[in-house]
Design a protein around this ligand. Structure first.
Ligand code: CTP
Ligand code: MG
Length: 233
């Protein structure tokens, strides 16, 4: 099934401490955001990319898309204050076409998502309305008050959530609309669907699908890239 992907890339990248939006950081000689765009360019089922950017970075992003010759149509639009606002702006650009298509939401800063996981995610969302990629939590998780432990959380059943997250367009648009009206800010898009009472399914992903967030993530990213070049996983 064909889908559109909304890629939020309108952050500041503050935690990366690179002095600029991390989307423009070079990874293996190619800008981070281009790595992410190429994954979807190489997926024949992806018919359109909505790239959400900082307004003042619109031209720079357009230039990258042209320079690297991205062949899938890319619609570049300005984002908002929080990631949730940026995604909502992106979703409003997606055409329904009367078919209520599946739409994916995927962080610009998450370049290692694999095609097989996208395929499973899309078919799961098509069947159930809402699906996310996640991995089992590996660490023991504790709750604390300040730095004093108050509880150890049962690890069984805990998942660390990634993107992409996939939804029927009408479902996620209405969730975003209701959240905006109520002033509800979630930490991911699925949480808005949950908040509306929708069932969200998990597709097990893999630990390589990292989001480049802090400086050491650049080291992990280089390792993942060189491992792939060597023909491993
Ligand atoms: N994002 C966005 N609009 C915002 C904030 C974030 O489109 N107002 C995007 C980022 O560009 C990123 C994704 O959402 O691709 C995930 O956010 P995060 O990793 O937090 O990136 P930044 O917000 O850029 O980083 P930081 O929080 O460290 O400033
Ligand atoms: Mg952020």
């Amino acid at each position: 099934e064909n889908y559109t992907v909304v890629i939020p890339a309108a952050g500041q990248g503050k935690r990366m401490k690179a002095g600029k939006n991390k989307q423009f950081l070079m990874l293996n000689g190619i800008p981070l955001v281009i790595h992410t765009l190429r994954v979807f360019e190489q997926d024949d089922f992806c018919s359109e990319i909505v790239l959400v950017v900082n307004e003042q970075e619109t031209e720079a992003m357009e230039q990258l898309v042209n320079e690297y010759g991205i062949t899938t149509p890319v619609c570049i639009i300005p984002g908002g204050r929080e990631r949730q606002n940026s995604v909502y702006e992106g979703l409003k650009q997606v055409e329904n076409g009367g078919k209520d298509p599946v739409v994916l939401i995927h962080d610009g800063a998450r370049p290692f998502i694999k095609k097989e996981q996208i395929d499973t995610l899309v078919s799961t969302a098509k069947a159930s309305g809402a699906a996310i990629v996640a991995v089992p939590v590996k660490d023991t998780v504790k709750k604390a008050s300040g730095t004093t432990v108050t509880a150890t959380v049962e690890r069984e059943g805990l998942w660390a959530v990634q993107t992409p997250q996939a939804f029927r367009l009408s479902l996620i648009l209405s969730a975003h609309q209701q959240a905006a009206e109520a002033g509800f800010l979630g930490t991911d898009d699925a949480s808005l669907a949950e908040w509306c009472g929708k069932t969200v399914r998990i597709v097990e992903g893999d630990y390589q699908n990292i989001k480049l967030t802090t400086p050491e993530d650049l080291l992990f990213a280089e390792a993942i890239i060189s491992n792939r070049k060597d023909g491993h996983i």
